[in-house]
Write a protein that binds this ligand. Sequence first.
Ligand code: SF4
Ligand code: SF4
Length: 617
Amino acid sequence: MKNAVFYINANKCILCYSCVRTCPVKAIEVKANSTFAKIIDSRCVNCGSCVPSCPTEAIVYTKSIEQADAILSKEKNAILLDPAIAAEFPDISDYRKFAQMLRQIGGKNIFDVSFGVDLMTIQYQQIIQNFKGKHYITSACPVINDMVSKYYPELLSNLITVLTPAQIMAKIARKIVGNDSEIIFITSCTASKSAYFKPEKEEHIDCVLTFEELRNIFLKHNISETQLEYSDFDGPQSRMGSLFPIANGWIELTDLDQSIVNSDIITIVDKNNSINALDEYSDKMNQIRKHLNMFYCKGCINGPGMTNPENILLKTNLVAEYTKKRANSISIKKWQDYIGEYSQIEMETSFEANDQRISVPEERVLETLAILKKEKSDYTKGCQVCGYKSCKDFAAYVAVGMAKSDMCLHNSLDHRNHYITSLQKKIEEMQHSHEEVKIEQEKTKKDKELAQQAMEILNAMLQKLPAAVVIVDNSLKIIRSNQSFINLLGKEALEISEIIPELSGADLKTLLPPSVLQYFSFVLENDDNISNKDIQFNEKLINISIFSIHKNKIVGAVLRDLYAPEIRDEEVINRLNEVIDKNLQMVQKIGFLLGEEAAATEQMLHSIIQSYKSNKK
Ligand code: SF4
Ligand code: SF4
């Protein structure tokens, strides 16, 4: 079996669906989760229409240069040259230069396919002139033959069962060079790469090169016509067969009437016309009552294997000029001799149906149409932007998994609109929450500022307190202390505070004796406060209160030097107040017993307080 001719480079495919839309037989599938398009070889008719439609040049055809090189290195080889060559090389003025260039690359026998055209035309003319009530479709275009076989099998018996010119020439070449010779056909037709691969038949062609490939071979061998002499073709020569690359060129070789009124043949060229014509012919052949001369391209001068398939007018003229030269190079008598010699060759062929039409139950198509939201529209028609004939046709391909719903512009616009609406909603929600976040951030910022202010005030207050204050963590590292605390510790602490303000981070263990530290540890461990404990430290009598700030983590302490005058006075007053309070309670009890004497005791104690207060002033 021949390898696929066309394939898609998955790495280059951007899934734009352009090729899917272009393919006339829907041979390119895009599976639901696939990221690239794929050609289904059994459905492909090798027309090459998808190649120029691809924006990334992901679609290519199989090149046969290596295979051709191998054949050209052998003794028994033959090259068949398509007369469309005249349209590929406008700069080469004489056909004999082509023959010589082909010999330079290793061709031992060079045959002109135009003679195959002559023989085929004679067959066609006989069939058309011996009309027995059946109308025919010409079978000289491999794409049309494949299309009929795969998608219009009901028309298969209408294909003219005559070999193509290249196949006829392959038979002649084998007759001349030998059955064991290997044959290369050089053409503009990519479909030939697959259609002529019939190893079991005498008309088999071993290798097909496009003109594009031939140019590369000439380049590789550095071959230029200016350095070469003329060399004629081998084997039988044609007169007018070189007109074949122009779509109705072969009819010119016959005496068939070509006028619109009297002609029995309608010539159809080009992709869309071909499809429409086959549809119509299949439906209304009895009313049309004409033979169809069909070419998928605008004649072989427009084949996908040309380096530039455009400029049809120029190419038509080039082929006409070429044909004129060929016709002048051989006498009618000589040509008739050739025809006489080779017309006995068996040119009959046959075609087999290879039905590739998809068949999908109506129910599934309707379900798919509903998914596509097309069930209420006239789905037998459609915008055809997807490349399918109708919405129903498209739905059938979606149903069998060969197409994706987003290939429908209407459907994907609908999805897009939904997506945009939901996106807008999300953006609005985000904007809203963004504002909320902004408000929250403002609030946090304000809270932080307030906390900062409070901290500064607290710090200022702490520093102004006459009592010494220290706050430590559970490893007895100082978190904060005030100036009174530093003063209380003495000279060494004062020096440290010049380097470490507020002694933050300093180790309390190096500043207070263990006898004092034990109280801090006690409060940290037990979460139990110590109030007004008098201790001796640095020859001072210190009153200390330690309280838990954060259970087992942070404690604070207030220390007062009871020898300091301001503290001492205050302390005496406080303690006398305490004595008075305690005494008052007692006095109240004793008052019952002693009467007015108790009031005198209270007066005496108050006078002591007043005297201390006036001393302080
Ligand atoms: S070569 Fe033709 S038939 Fe094959 S996939 Fe391309 S467009 Fe379709
Ligand atoms: S044209 Fe086809 S092969 Fe090329 S990128 Fe688009 S989908 Fe892919």
